[in-house]
Design a protein around this ligand. Structure first.
Ligand code: PRX
Length: 651
């Protein structure tokens, strides 16, 4: 964090919007003068189609907001049907690129409608109807958005579980939401290897008895076991419904505040939180931000390179872009397969004009070198975006220089699973950019930085980022955990939403995000709780105790360091480290595997027995140690420092 403050103070580069870009931009400077209520009212009326118009913009009873009250609509209708009805059925919705060479699909809005209708009817035939919770565990295949949209069409809330999560993580989520159906696939492709999604799903379903059926897409054609009476192939399900003429399936009229989906994210306890997103406010929020921030034009070819399993993919691959009728790219695999120029080849092939990705990916490309991008014609790009963690100015500069030909604006967008939509961001035709700063609250958003006492800090000050007014796509709570909702976001400042991030405002009023202030780590732009990893470690029969923290990592932003005390004075070994990493992978998923494991006979604790994570972070960062006088046994940390210098490291 001190490094980020220094960055803010020293960073003097300024990039005003290029004149021609500013002239044609969707957002013009006067957008900041609009009254928030007028702004969201106008966007609400103009950007989505209603079966029944709303009669009240919002209701705010802290900590719960409701938006577009009285309105009735369907998200799938907005994302698919209405574009076809308006004569744009031939426009491409998705350019899909499989990981294996040459596998491509061009899916028009007309095709998408047909596929969604057929699948929605298939889901109906296994009993899915309005209100049935559905789990989705898939890779980046076109059928993933088809499945989400089919659920939205029927009014069945979904939870998408990222394909990199383990069986246990999957079953926890299915059980928490009470899912009755799971949609999955045989296997996924990742860097040329097969990801055993169906096998993981089988393991998960053994612990999720509420799931009656699983629908299985054949993707790789790999051998999978199908449970009689429970598992159904996707192609058999959609093949069942046959009649004469084109198939139809009406869009369920949904209330503005009906549940659209849950997305689970890590908090400061071992149990992930089911973040609740509802229908109208979410759709208006993601479509509006997508339009202005990414300056989307009717002929844009937009590529958000996130995974649909994370909120970025929900909001800015599926719902926002489709609501705006945008052509989007979906790529199934990794950026380095078969070679490190795969992304640039894709951009050249489809003439992508807007690219949205994460700092961790940018840093990976930086490490591989600009020569991979130079092999391709990237001149179609006119705007770049970043999300997921603070972007360091070197990465920002590299991105603009080597991918954006030294001239495209770069929008660094701050938001969260909870916020549903981007909240702090430049507007590419208006904002003067500073490498490393997310700049300003989006129009209609009331953000502030408060100190510990709840006072607003002025220019130059630092503190905690809060939101003071509700916004359309904000979470409507944590599923089945109203107390945790209040405790996590509203107990610090009463009626301001506490995001859990530190921030500073510079002399010009621009925001600089400083990272999490709680026990949540950010690894490659993904949130992982220290306690979640600790619980996974302690679950291993040989582990007595563990403490986990993040340390900075040049590639992944943060890397996970685990301090572990084994039972029976076992000193630990390289094999044991591998075993523990694999164990965490099985419990949570590969993204949560610690990069370093430091075995220690004891952890530094206060006299009341609290683990001193601050000290562990200092040790992990090789920083001088702060005050150790509150420790029960100060010699423990000296010992730890010695061990940390000889720690077991990944690879
Ligand atoms: O710490 C912030 C960081 O990512 C957290 C949200 O993570 P998640 O819910 O997984 O959503 C990630 C994608 C929206 C935030 O609390 N974060 C996200 N974007 C930025 C960021 N930190 C700094 N700058 C950003 N642009």
């Amino acid at each position: 964090m001190p490094q980020a403050i220094e960055t803010m103070l020293l960073e003097e580069r300024r990039y005003p919007p290029p004149e021609p870009f500013a002239a044609q931009a969707n957002a013009q400077p006067d957008i900041y003068e609009r009254d928030p209520d007028e702004f969201w009212e106008t966007e609400g009326r103009g950007r989505v189609s209603w079966f029944q118009s709303f009669d009240r913009l919002y209701e705010w009873e802290p900590p719960y907001a409701r938006w577009y009250l009285g309105g009735k609509l369907n998200v799938c209708f907005n994302c698919v049907d209405r574009h076809v009805e308006a004569g744009r059925g031939d426009k491409v919705a998705f350019l899909w690129e499989g990981e294996p060479a040459g596998e491509r699909e061009e899916i028009t809005f007309g095709d998408l409608l047909e596929r969604v209708v057929r699948f929605a009817n298939g889901l109906k035939s296994v009993g899915v109807k309005k209100g049935t919770p559905v789990g989705i565990y898939m890779g980046m295949v076109p059928e993933l958005p088809v499945a989400m949209l089919a659920c939205a069409r029927l009014g069945a809330p979904h939870t998408v579980v990222f394909g990199g999560f383990s069986a246990e993580s999957l079953s926890d989520r299915l059980n928490d939401m009470g899912c009755e159906v799971l949609i999955t696939q045989d296997e996924g492709w990742r860097r040329g290897a097969r990801v055993p999604l169906k096998r993981n799903a089988d393991e998960a379903l053994a612990a999720s008895p509420g799931v009656r059926h699983s629908v299985v897409l054949r993707r790789t054609g790999g051998d999978v076991a199908m449970a009689e009476g429970r598992d159904i192939w996707w192609h058999d399900l959609v093949g069942r419904v046959q009649g004469s003429g084109p198939e139809t399936c009406p869009c369920e009229p949904m209330d503005a505040e009906d549940l659209l989906y849950l997305l689970y994210t890590s908090g400061t306890t071992a149990k992930p939180k089911g973040i609740v997103h509802t229908t109208a406010g979410y759709l208006v929020g993601v479509a509006t931000t997508h339009h202005y921030i990414f300056d989307i034009k009717p002929d844009s070819v937009y590529w958000c390179a996130a995974d649909i399993g994370w909120v970025t993919g929900h909001s800015y691959i599926v719902y926002g872009p489709l609501c705006n009728g945008t052509t989007g790219v979906i790529y199934e695999g990794t950026p380095d397969y078969p070679d490190k120029d795969r992304w640039w080849e894709i951009i050249e092939r489809y003439k992508v004009d807007v690219l949205y990705t994460a700092p961790t990916a940018i840093r990976a490309h930086m490490k591989w070198g600009p020569e991979y991008a130079q092999k391709h014609d990237l001149s179609s790009l006119r705007l770049l975006g970043s999300v997921g963690e603070p972007i360091n100015p070197e990465a920002w500069m590299w991105y603009r220089e080597h991918i954006g030909a030294g001239k495209t604006p770069v929008v660094d967008t701050w938001w969260q699973t909870e916020t549903g939509m981007i909240l702090i961001t430049p507007l590419p035709g208006v904002t003067t950019l500073k490498p490393g700063s997310a700049t300003r609250p989006f129009p209609g958003i009331d953000a502030a930085v408060l100190n510990e006492a709840g006072e607003e800090v002025g220019p130059g000050g630092g503190g905690y980022l809060v939101l003071r007014r509700p916004w359309p796509a904000m979470l409507r709570g944590i599923y089945n955990a109203p107390e945790r909702y209040v405790e996590t976001y509203w107990s610090k400042y009463g009626d301001a939403y506490f995001a859990g991030d530190g921030a500073r405002i510079d002399e010009d009023g621009d925001y600089w995000l400083l990272g999490r202030v709680d026990d949540v780590m950010n690894v490659s732009g993904h949130r992982i709780s220290t306690i979640e990893v600790e619980s996974a470690l302690v679950d291993h029969p040989k582990v007595a105790e563990s403490a986990v923290c993040g340390r900075s990592d040049p590639q992944t932003g943060q890397a996970i360091v685990a301090y572990v005390t084994l039972k029976g004075s076992d000193p630990g070994s390289v094999e044991m480290m591998e075993e523990l990493r694999a164990h965490v992978g099985r419990k949570i998923g590969a993204i949560a595997k610690p990069a370093n494991v430091v075995f220690t006979p004891e952890l530094p604790k206060t006299r009341s027995g609290k683990i001193m994570r601050r000290l562990l972070r200092d040790v992990a960062e090789h920083r001088p140690l702060g005050d150790t006088t509150t420790l029960a046994d100060p010699t423990v940390v000296e010992e730890l420092e010695t061990r940390a210098n000889t720690e077991q490291t990944e690879e």
